[in-house]
Design a binder for this molecule. Structure first.
Ligand SMILES: *Cc1c(COP(=O)(O)O)cnc(C)c1O
Length: 387
């Protein structure tokens, strides 16, 4: 008997439900095969002609990947999902499927820095027009999406975690026939389900909370069957940035504990916001709380903090011992990413440089360590960094 017999299971239960399709195994097998053979000429021809659903070739379909995609579709309350080799592959493959030269995109400010570069360095030269807008403009300007093919959102956004009312944007978009896409990596399916708020496509860097163990780079897109079919027909086979079976296995493993991990990240984040807000050297905390916009159910473990001029950010960063210096986030380990390091990134201007962030800002990834140990690390480091 499987839990699927019960209609109203909570997401934590769905994610913990045993996989039992292969001899009682509670985990999906890793099908490490590039191709799948057929018993007869007739069955091969039948499948190639588009009938049936047996896998043919792992670039487009693999049972281990399909097990992860099925669980992701349920998590995001969507009809279907498609996995990718990275979050950026999920983003670029989605955009390449739905955009063509001459199309206009309205993008949220403070978008993930490499998504900004994708728009500016790759899509703009191919004839896609991109403009950037604040959450307030998306919510309140009824003409913003006039003639816009695709609205690209992040809520909360990167680095400064500005939230957007997705219900309002979805409503404007429906009126203008604009496709809405959101990067939902920060919230994970536990804290926000954009499809339930009327957004068309939700995608993730699965390298972050979905993996949760800092050992995988992957991405995933969830939407209705028709939109996912379009991605499966175009960008998945033709750009070829598919999710690998072993990575998919790790992501399914990550999903099992996602709810428990997010609850713990949230407890730590609530404690940090409470304590940091009492310090006179903290001038601003960027960490949206639950219900700051409709549908946002809580606070994840990624936040940023701005310090007064009497804190030496370099000394603070070096004095921390549990928080390590590094990019990425969403794993078990705490990390610090000072804005000044992001602002110093080589190459084409990134979104932090374009839209401006305070050089006194640091981004903190709160891991799964005991919150009091993390707090002690911060207060000790601050005592070494106060001028
Ligand atoms: C990390 C990240 C990405 C890119 O994902 P990769 O898996 O590194 O390609 C996209 N969006 C957000 C918000 C991210 O944090």
């Amino acid at each position: 008997m499987t839990g699927t017999n019960y209609p109203n299971l909570s997401l934590a239960t769905i994610l913990a439900e045993a996989h039992t399709e292969s001899g009682g195994s509670v985990t999906p097998p890793i099908v490490q095969s590039s191709l799948f053979t057929f018993d007869s000429y007739e069955s091969f021809e039948h499948r190639m002609a588009g009938h049936g659903s047996d896998p043919i070739y792992t670039r487009v379909q693999n049972p281990t990947v399909a097990a992860f995609e099925g669980l992701m579709a349920k998590s995001e309350k969507g009809e279907a999902a498609v996995g990718f080799a990275s979050g950026m592959a999920a983003i670029s493959s989605t955009l390449m499927t739905f955009l063509k030269p001459g199309d206009r995109v309205a993008c949220i400010e403070h978008v993930y820095p490499d998504t900004y570069r994708l728009f500016e360095r790759l899509l703009r030269p191919f004839g896609v027009e991109v403009s950037y807008h604040s959450p307030a403009a998306f919510e309140n300007d009824p003409n913003l999406l006039d003639g816009v093919r695709l609205a690209y959102l992040e809520s909360p956004s990167s680095t400064v975690f500005e939230v957007t009312n997705l219900l309002k944007v979805a409503e404007h978009a429906r009126r203008h026939g604009t496709l809405t896409v959101i990067d939902n990596s920060w919230a994970s399916p536990i804290l926000q389900n954009p499809l339930a708020l009327g957004i068309d496509v939700t995608l993730h860097s699965a390298s972050k909370y979905i993996s949760g163990h800092s050992d995988t780079v992957a991405g995933v897109v969830v939407a209705n069957q028709d939109l996912i079919d379009q991605i499966r027909e175009l960008a998945l086979p033709l750009l070829g940035a598919k999710l690998a079976p072993f990575e998919a296995f790790l992501l399914t493993r990550g999903l099992r504990t996602l709810d428990a991990r997010i609850q713990q990240h949230q407890r730590t984040a609530d404690l940090m916001v409470d304590r940091l807000s009492r310090l006179s050297c903290v001038t601003r905390i960027h960490s949206p709380s639950s219900n700051s916009v409709p549908g946002l159910k809580g606070r994840s473990g990624l936040m940023s903090v701005e310090f007064a001029p009497n804190i030496d950010i370099k000394r603070f960063s070096n004095a921390l011992s549990l928080f390590r210096l590094g990019v990425s986030w969403g794993g078990f380990e705490s990390l610090i990413m000072p804005a000044q390091v992001g602002l110093a990134q080589k190459g084409e201007k990134n979104s932090m440089q374009r839209f401006g962030v305070s050089p006194s800002l640091v981004r903190l990834n709160l891991g799964l360590e005991e919150p009091e140990d993390l707090w002690a690390d911060i207060t000790t480091a601050l005592s070494h960094a106060t001028l």
